[in-house]
Ligand binder design. Sequence first.
Ligand SMILES: *Cc1c(COP(=O)(O)O)cnc(C)c1O
Length: 444
Amino acid sequence: MSAVPQERRVVTAIPGPKSIELQARRTAVVAGGVGSVLPVFTARAGGGIIEDVDGNRLIDFGSGIAVTSVGASAEAVVRRASAQLADFTHTCFMVTPYEGYVEVAEALAELTPGDHAKKSALFNSGAEAVENAVKIARSYTKRQAVVVFDHGYHGRTNLTMALTAKNMPYKQGFGPFAPEVYRVPVAYGYRWPTGAENAGAEASAMAIDQISKQIGAENVAAIIIEPVLGEGGFIEPAKGFLPAIAQFAKENGIVFVADEIQSGFCRTGQWFACEDEGIVPDLITTAKGIAGGLPLAAVTGRAEIMDAAHAGGLGGTYGGNPVACAGALGAIETMKELDLNGRARRIEEVMKARLAAMQEKFPVIGEVRGRGAMIAIELVQDRATKAPDAASAAALAKFCHAAGLLVLTCGTYGNVLRFLPPLVIGEDLLNEGLDIIERAFAAL
Ligand SMILES: *Cc1c(COP(=O)(O)O)cnc(C)c1O
């Protein structure tokens, strides 16, 4: 499957001497604001392994932040993108179009929820897709307000910073932010004051009340939500929340946008996470997992909404680059061929069983949650108060990194360890990674 040997190997300290040397060169010339989770320089990657310049092989529980679901050197992605590279790298779809872009739009129409007529526009990054979803929704509704949720994350451009909930590190010092953005509560079951079982009904009622009273539903162009909130801590809105919000949007002529940039393309064991409660969004934004690591993003939705913007109103020099489109077609081919939805569900089964057993043993684990291969554990200082424990999250990540397991943290309080393995990871590597996590807890 991958040319990179599928076994963990730690032959130096992590980071090793060559990575440390490269990191010194990097620090001299790369802006300090651009961070890295683990300053280990990559030599090659594929399957469930990242090999560094010192010859260490790390088990990958990050997928480059939910991007390389098919692996970082998937055969079909490499084959199709290489062939496209040799043919032509770019013409600009707005100058002379090409078939790959159309094929990706056809695939998106087929794979996204709902059997209505759908159209797509392609972009380079998730943030750009979200910005364009807002442009399209405003153009269609002739309204301005945009509603987002507590703990939501939508990107780092000016508008998407405004849409994002968390200040540090995303927004601090970067204002002023775009106007007409309003934030309302989300059904965060674990932290809902009256308990998870009430969160869906109570949070949706609060959100709808705030929208109605503070903004006026008739002023709202779009409601944008991640069906599983990613950076905010892998929060699955409690059951009933998403359907209530989607229904409210429908009744009030508001464009319901599912931001599936992190949760989409088999990550949660379905093509899109919103399918879990049968939600059919008006617009859906995708990026990350769509193209096996090549930069591509899309807005897909109801044809009449997508066509609302005037000709020439949407686009961008590189949007839907032909090499990225070829990569996407290779990634989608791989997802179908290897049944990566099934793989994601199997990963959930293995991980949840192991992590639940750890929760019995280690009181610092407040909650194990997530779906498919989008699994997280929320760490607390005390299970009664649920006081967030960011220090333990950092210590656990450090232990795992030193042992050759790449993990990421997230969460509004920085106290969530998140696991996003490539969906093609072997079960032996998956279990070995979990062994390391268990040792990390024991060592806390
Ligand atoms: C990562 C992410 C974005 C931003 O995508 P970029 O490609 O980094 O601009 C937006 N929304 C969600 C849910 C994301 O996870």
